[in-house]
Design a protein around this ligand. Structure first.
Ligand code: KIV
Ligand code: ZN
Length: 520
């Protein structure tokens, strides 16, 4: 972003799902998964995608570089502490980008400077200046964050921010790192900084809020009302501890309350649901049903009095239209008699394009198989088909060939599985405490990864007992965490697919560790 006018009517959306979101324990993503999410964010017109923390690991460096090479319409940002090694690594990673940004940060609160950095305020100031100068060698798009700004001395913030703007920082990101601030306070801090710092008009001010007290969105919006023109946020509010400010809530608040906000985003909000489902599917962090905007109940009215009102006039109880976030009014879409062109047209309505005719045919054939088992195919089913087919594009070493389970009252469940491992079929059988446990143990007998199962979650994609179950498993081995997904109308088969999917990720990338700010 080159604009530096804080009075602009454009609110810049900086998505950090792939960086701060990934820092949630267990939310680690492979490079392929980051690319899939980045493409969805680009399609939604997100202005800036923070793709990772390149110094954290080779895996993260490669992922940022891959995202920078593929994404054309969003700026790609790499995070760096205010140290030379980090900045060089971030500079290298964003090199292939059409538009790249380096985001460098250093803590400015008394407790962080004294206890964590063991640096004096003057040393922190010098380090910040040096780092922004160095980042400018790589790009003229440099963001500086005073970490824990929400608990920092405003006078010191004024000094350091004025100095880094002089050095060429074009975005100043005020971070409420520990989610401590209240909306009126955080807004006042933004206002105070923007009015007191003499060169404040040379940079965009940004808000980066965490949700420890449940106020990340409120604090971000208060910052916007006080002049911030960039917000840093994540899909579904994913992020460390209680998470970051949720992108969908901020974007829809600004859009719905145009009477209050004198700015707009350029987001295509009809992509929100697709992005939300993609991120929850990949990370295994399911969305609570009553979550604002993207929760399953966000647009459903149970109370008779509400239903009656909505039928008479939608606006009586609805402040947003379901279609605006990408939920179709008529949810029933296709059935087993639907042809290829109806399928393709519905996919186009959902903004899903196919890279080739071959890919279209492959997903259409999966659709037909599903439609044979399940009469009514909903948008959610189509999106799950796409997710499943995309997650299989990584080099699969192990494939599920067949699974047979035997469960009987009073008997120990038993599973017999056939896997294709590197082109060779292998079989195993195991008992377990239930059919899923028996299946996982049978798979382990063949692949022998020795992983720990950290999470097993089943979600029904739509309603009804004929619905597809979407299963996520999280496996851990030697600090390497992966999430696997699988969907099927039979949840035991969905479970086996998700386990095999996760095993493939472990085998494909054995050295990737979960990046953490403190690790480097
Ligand atoms: O929360 C935080 O302070 C951060 C910084 C890197 C901006 O994520
Ligand atoms: Zn953060």
């Amino acid at each position: 972003m080159s604009t530096t006018n804080n009075n602009s009517d454009r609110l810049i959306i900086f998505d950090t799902t792939l960086r701060d979101g990934e820092q949630s324990p267990g939310a680690s993503m492979t490079s392929d998964e980051k690319i899939r999410i980045a493409k969805a964010l680009e399609k939604m017109n997100v202005d800036i995608i923070e793709a990772g923390f390149p110094i954290a690991s080779n895996g993260d460096f490669e992922a940022v570089k891959a995202v920078a090479s593929i994404i054309k319409d969003s700026t790609i940002c790499g995070l760096a502490r205010a140290v030379k090694g980090d900045i060089d690594r971030a500079g290298e990673a964003i090199k292939p980008a059409n538009s790249g940004r380096i985001h460098t940060f250093i803590a400015t609160s008394p407790i962080h400077m004294k206890e964590k950095l063991r640096m004096s305020p003057n040393e922190v100031l010098e380090q910040a200046i040096k780092s922004v100068r160095q980042a400018r060698q790589y790009t003229d798009n440099v963001e500086f964050s005073p970490e824990d700004a929400g608990r920092s001395d405003p006078d010191f913030l004024c000094r350091i921010i004025e100095a880094v703007i002089k050095e060429g920082a074009t975005t100043i990101n005020i971070a409420d790192t520990v989610g401590y601030n209240l909306p009126h306070q955080f807004g006042a801090l933004i206002h105070d900084l923007m009015t007191r710092i003499p060169n404040a008009d040379k940079a965009i001010f940004s808000a980066h809020c965490h949700n420890d007290l449940g106020m990340a969105v409120a604090n971000s919006l208060s910052a916007v009302l006080n002049g911030a023109r960039q917000v840093e946020c994540t899909i579904n509010g994913l992020g460390e501890r209680a998470g970051n400010a949720s992108l969908e809530e901020i974007v829809m608040a600004v859009r719905t309350r145009q009477d209050v906000f004198n700015c707009e985003t350029r987001l295509d909000t009809t992509q929100i649901m697709t992005c939300s489902r993609l991120v929850s599917g990949i990370t295994g962090f399911t969305v609570q049903p009553n979550k604002a905007i993207v929760g399953a109940n966000a647009f459903s009215h149970e109370a008779g009095i509400h239903q009656d009102g909505v039928l008479k006039s939608r606006e009586t109880y609805e402040i947003m239209r379901a279609q605006d976030i990408g939920l179709s009014a008529n949810k029933l879409v296709l059935g087993k008699h639907s042809g290829r062109s109806a399928f393709k047209a519905r996919m186009a309505d959902l903004n899903i394009d196919f890279a080739s005719e071959k890919k279209l045919n492959e997903v259409f054939s999966r659709f037909k198989t599903l439609a044979d088992k399940k009469h009514e195919i909903f948008d959610e089913d189509l999106q799950a088909l796409i997710s499943e087919s995309a997650s299989e594009t990584l080099n699969e070493i192990v494939k599920l060939v067949s699974l047979s389970v035997c469960c009987e009252t009073g008997e120990t469940p038993n599973a017999r599985i056939t896997l294709n491992v590197n082109g060779k079929e292998k079989q195993a059988e195991s008992e377990g405490s239930g059919p899923v446990d028996a299946s996982f143990q049978a798979i382990e007998k063949i692949v022998n990864t020795g992983v720990n199962l950290q999470l097993y979650s089943v979600n029904n994609i739509t309603t009804g007992t004929d619905s597809q179950g979407e299963v996520t498993v999280r496996l851990e081995k030697d600090d390497h965490i992966v999430n696997g997904q699988g969907a099927d109308t039979d949840i035991v088969i969905a479970s086996a697919k998700s386990y095999v999917n996760a095993v493939n990720k472990i085998l494909a990338n054995p050295n990737r560790t979960h990046p953490q700010l403190g690790d480097v």
